[in-house]
Design a protein around this ligand. Structure first.
Ligand SMILES: Cc1ncc(COP(=O)(O)O)c(C=O)c1O
Length: 475
């Protein structure tokens, strides 16, 4: 006969309004759903559990009666009480799947059409060193041997993985081996690989509220229990997350430049998040998408650089540091999860095309990457200052910029009574793309605002033309 599963966590919270017997029921159900208690496992005797939890026997008896009536437990007289053998295997023992869901239209402009002015999320497309890039790609193309026409390594091109590991060590304070670096086709592929490696269906998943709309849409179609966690001026409110779902298996954060508010996760919150993950065995997904661009002080080290317990999955991308049409990004797997990522990488997409990976490796090795980033930092600082100044002058009291130290977009806050969705639609009808902030919220009370990308606003003349168009659209 099986004995009671050791992984049963019955820590009860006496400060909650929920009665103790219901808390016990809930804990048993969670343990069963998570597969910690399985069909046929014997549960502790009433008297033993009451003593352990310092509760009256009647309280535990009541909980067991409810669980028996609901079919979770079976009483077997002298043989004790067991988890019902008739229970179907828990969903959590099946790997998390990405369920096909109905496509929902979100105006975020990733549609293959030429970008609109002010579109968020784009680096300066006019300033990318295309000549150098074309030369490097052509060189690789000319020199490619027949062997390169075979299947690529699904984990990524080895030289690129090495370059990324070195870059992350030097620039982001992330110590990792090339074997931990996996090349993906972007954030969603990174999430797919992460979930496929580490998640089981029904896992609690803290998600910033407001948070990155594309990640949210992807995750909402995965079999996860999404937990929106509010964000304030110090970033993700870790304490709120702990109250909402203390045992969530994942937390996803944008610590360097919160998407969309732009705030930085404070050191105190970073430490609290890491401590929570360490104690709980949870995973933190650090989405470090545009941290290369910071206009005050030096770029902050990544959260991963503080990760002493191997809990952080680091996600980076070439979409901002180079250009998004590449569709190449990377994820650093925790040391303990490298084998799972390795398996997931070959199960999911059999790798990314060799040619561009090799050309990026050359771009980095020849020093173009760091030169480009350095130039872009200066250019973006100028374009950001210019755009915010001109828009403020032209739009006056209607908007208030909340300028944060980094990133490629800025937030124009609106008065509380303004309907940002309607205004964004009017702006869109005028051929420009600003995004309504309220759409990025899940549960938290939405603040009205307009998000705009400044990286492709080349000069004062164009900034003025765009600002006047916006003013006209808002009139
Ligand atoms: C918050 C956030 N994370 C990640 C990314 C990068 O996504 P990808 O690598 O798929 O282009 C973006 C791009 O806009 C973003 O805004």
């Amino acid at each position: 006969m099986k004995s009671a599963a050791p992984a049963l966590d019955l820590q009860l919270d006496r400060t909650l309004a929920l009665p103790m017997y219901l808390q016990i029921c809930q804990r048993f159900k969670t343990a069963i759903e998570q597969g910690n208690l399985r069909a046929g496992d014997r549960v502790p005797a009433v008297r033993a559990l009451a003593t352990e939890l310092n509760l009256a026997r009647g309280t535990v008896e009541m909980a067991y009666r409810i669980l028996t009536d609901e079919g979770y437990l079976q009483v077997r007289g002298a043989a004790g009480t067991v988890v019902s053998p008739e229970l179907p295997p828990p969903a959590s023992l099946q790997p998390a799947t990405v369920l096909p869901g109905p496509a929902r239209a979100v105006n975020v402009d990733h549609d293959g059409k030429p970008p609109k002015p002010l579109q968020m999320g784009l680096p300066a497309l006019d300033a990318f060193p295309r000549k150098v890039w074309n030369r490097l790609v052509a060189h690789r193309l000319r020199g490619s041997e027949p062997a390169r026409l075979a299947y690529p390594d699904p984990a990524g091109y080895a030289r690129l993985r090495e370059r990324i590991a070195t870059y992350l060590g030097v620039s982001r304070g992330v110590n990792c081996r090339p074997e931990q670096v996996f090349i993906t086709t972007g954030l969603r592929n990174t999430l797919e690989m992460t979930l496929s490696s580490l998640a089981t269906a029904g896992d609690g998943f803290w998600f910033e509220d407001p948070g990155y709309i594309f990640a949210r849409m992807f995750l909402q179609h995965a079999a996860l229990d999404m937990v929106p966690v509010p964000v304030d001026e110090h970033g993700l409110m870790v304490d709120a997350g702990k109250q909402l779902r203390p045992h969530a298996r994942f937390a996803m954060v944008t610590p360097s430049h919160q998407s969309p508010l732009g705030v930085t996760l404070s050191l105190e919150r970073r430490m609290a998040l890491l401590e929570w993950a360490g104690q709980n065995g949870s995973w933190i997904i650090e989405d470090d998408y545009d941290s290369e661009f910071r206009y005050q002080g030096r770029p902050l080290p990544a959260l991963k650089s503080l990760d002493r317990n191997d809990r952080v999955i680091y996600s980076g991308t070439f979409s901002k540091s180079m250009f998004p049409g590449l569709r190449l990004a990377y994820v650093v797997a925790p040391v303990s999860a490298v084998a799972s990522f390795q398996a997931a990488s070959s199960n999911l997409n059999a790798g990314c095309p060799y040619l561009f990976q090799a050309a990026i490796a050359d771009f980095i090795a020849d020093g173009h990457f760091s030169r480009h980033l350095k130039k872009m930092r200066l250019l973006y600082a100028e374009r950001r200052a210019l755009t915010s100044r001109v828009f403020q002058e032209v739009l006056g009291d209607r908007i208030r910029f909340d300028l944060q130290p980094g990133g490629l977009h800025i937030l124009a806050k609106l008065a509380a009574h303004e309907d940002d969705v309607r205004l964004a639609e009017q702006i869109r009808s005028a051929g420009l793309a600003m995004h309504p902030l309220s759409r990025w919220y899940l549960n938290a009370a939405p603040q009205p605002g307009l998000l705009l990308g400044f990286a492709n606003v080349p000069d004062e003349k164009e900034a003025t033309r765009l600002a006047l168009k916006v003013r006209q659209a808002l009139a």
